[in-house]
Every structure is written in structure tokens, then in C-alpha cells.
Design a protein around this ligand. Structure first.
Ligand SMILES: [Zn+2]
Length: 324
């Protein structure tokens, strides 16, 4: 009758009092024990994998950690042997399901099997592909960085967007290394998308600074754009670590220049950027009646409805201009 061997201590290193290499355990030991290297490290359950020899003795199957040096793809889990490469290639063979024949000959057979060789080729191809994609991604990022710098420069110098393709071609002809890739955009529509991306990044950084300022002051002035549309240019005055700072909020179209309309736009802009009106403690303006009027000016409306502690400030530069 086949003897059930214990699986206790499977894959554990033998204690000092354990069996030494080549030492018989009262049953047959596989030929792998003839190899050099550390002592036997694991014993599998003889049932159902154990074999009975012609002499009637059962064969004890033993796993050797040193096999992993020769077969780098070998992994032992739960009393079975697996192949990392075949697993990764999603092959269909015994070393994916788990091989219970704990013999070196099984490893050699698997190594030379068609399925394993095919898995090696698949994995190798996949690694090459990953490297190629990574390299392509780096080149793409560098190309985009260069193009964003061009768009930022254009915005800072008020260069029309239709000049973008010419600037890119100029850089390419000058040998700019980052632009000699497939990731270079040359259509001027790209400028708008890049401007939006740059604006979103700058806005996000400004919003962080606004959030860290306990109180804010609003600075506004009426203006017009190139089509003589009425606009309200808006800044916020912040306090950062005890130091004053002014940040640009935007230039917004307003339907009319009445105090109600301007006050509503200020509240709308601040609400959209997450600034509670209770944090507003100052309003800087050009001193026009619509802004500072004592009965119904913008400052008075904000003070009455939302910001009781609002300080109304008549811009010093505008006052000087009036005096001149
Ligand atoms: Zn394999």
C-alpha cells in the first residue's frame, strides 16, 4: 500500500537536524539528488504523484531550489511547478496549469518543448514592443514640450496663431532635435488646444494660491475688446505668507456696464473659481460712479448683500490721472 508522505514543511529549508544531501529517507530518492548544491528543500506528497518502483518501493519526489538557477522561468507554488514565460504568454501546457511531476527531466522536457519555445518568442516580442512604445512615448513628450513652449512664446508676444506652422518649420529646419518625430503638430488649430492646456495648468496653479489666502480683494476695470464688446477685466489681490500678491482672473464679457451687471459678474466669476463672497474684503476700481457710488455703486451693492466688511479703494493711478 502506498504510504502517504507529509507535505508539512514543503519548500522549507531543512533544519540542522534534517536530512543531508544523498542521505536516504527510507525510500528511493530521485536522480537529482546526485547533483551538487544545497540539500533537498521540499518533499511532495507521494500521493497521487508518487511512483511505485519495480521493487515495490515508492518514489519520493523532491523539489530543488537550485533548479531555479538553471531554469530561470521556474516557479514552485502549492506543490506544483510553473513556467513564468508560458504563463505570461498565456500558453496552454502543463507548466501553466501546474506540473506535479517534480523531476528535473520534466523541466528539461518542458524547456525543449515547442510550446515553451513559442512562448519565449511571444514574450520576447512583447518586451521589444513595450520598449518601442516607451521610447515612442518619451519622444512624444519631448516633442509636445517643445511645441507648448512655442505656443507659450506666441501668447507672450501676441503672435497670431496662423504663424505657428511657420515657427515649427523654422525650428525643424534649424535642426531642433525634439521636432524630428512623428509627434509634431503643424496645423494652426493645434494652437488653440495647446493654449487651453496651458491655460488650464496656469489656472489650476492660481486656484491653489487663491485657496490658501484667507481673504481676497477684487480689482476690476471696464474695458472693451477689439470688437468694442464691453468687458470686465478682473484680478484678485491675495495674501501669501504675509506678502501681498495679485493674480489675473480673466477678462469677461458683460452685457452692459450697469452696477447690477458688474456686481453680478464679479459674484459669478468668484463663485466659478470657488471663492466665497464672505472672503472678499476689498474692491479696487477706477473710482467711477458706477463702481463707488454711495447709494447704488458696485461696492455698495456687494457690501449690502454679500461682503459687510468690504473696503472700497479708489485706484491711486486713476486718481493721479484725474489730478493731472
Ligand atoms: Zn514554459
Amino acid at each position: 500500500m502506498s504510504r502517504q508522505l507529509s507535505v508539512t514543511g514543503f519548500f522549507k529549508k531543512p533544519s540542522s537536524g534534517g536530512l543531508e544531501r544523498g542521505e536516504k529517507r527510507g525510500s528511493d530518492v530521485l536522480e537529482d539528488n546526485e547533483e551538487g548544491g544545497p540539500a533537498v528543500t521540499a518533499v511532495l506528497s507521494a500521493a497521487p504523484g508518487a511512483k511505485a518502483t519495480s521493487s515495490g518501493k515508492e518514489v519520493r519526489r523532491e523539489y530543488r531550489v537550485q533548479w531555479e538557477r538553471e531554469f530561470t522561468w521556474l516557479r514552485a507554488e502549492g506543490g506544483k511547478m510553473f513556467c513564468d514565460i508560458c504563463r505570461r504568454a498565456k500558453a496552454n501546457n502543463g507548466f501553466v496549469k501546474g506540473c506535479t511531476t517534480i523531476q528535473k527531466s520534466a523541466l528539461n522536457d518542458h524547456k525543449s518543448s515547442h510550446s515553451h519555445i513559442e512562448s519565449c518568442a511571444v514574450v520576447n516580442q512583447s518586451v521589444q514592443m513595450e520598449k518601442h512604445v516607451e521610447k515612442s512615448q518619451v519622444a512624444c513628450n519631448e516633442a509636445l514640450k517643445t511645441q507648448l513652449k512655442v505656443v507659450l512664446h506666441m501668447a507672450n508676444t501676441s503672435t497670431p496663431s496662423h504663424q505657428y506652422p511657420k515657427l515649427i518649420h523654422l525650428l525643424q529646419s534649424a535642426g531642433c532635435p525634439n521636432l524630428n518625430t512623428a509627434h509634431t503638430y503643424t496645423h494652426h488649430d493645434t494652437v488653440y488646444q495647446m493654449e487651453e492646456a496651458i491655460a488650464a495648468t496656469i489656472t489650476s496653479a492660481i486656484d491653489d494660491r487663491i485657496a490658501s489666502s484667507r481673504c481676497v480683494g477684487v480689482i476690476v476695470d471696464e474695458t472693451t475688446n477689439i470688437t468694442v464688446e464691453k468687458m470686465l477685466i478682473t484680478y484678485l489681490s491675495l495674501q501669501q505668507n504675509g506678502e501681498p500678491e495679485t493674480v489675473f482672473m480673466g477678462n469677461y464679457a458683460i452685457p452692459s456696464g450697469t452696477a447690477e451687471c458688474i456686481a453680478a459678474k464679479i459674484k459669478d466669476v468668484l463663485s466659478g473659481r470657488g471663492v466665497a463672497m464672505s472672503r472678499v474684503v476689498g474692491l479696487g476700481s477706477d473710482g467711477a460712479n458706477v463702481m463707488v457710488g454711495r447709494k447704488n455703486g458696485v461696492a455698495q451693492q456687494l457690501r449690502q448683500n454679500d461682503c459687510p466688511y468690504l473696503v472700497n479703494i479708489h485706484c491711486g493711478a486713476h486718481r493721479t490721472a484725474l489730478a493731472a
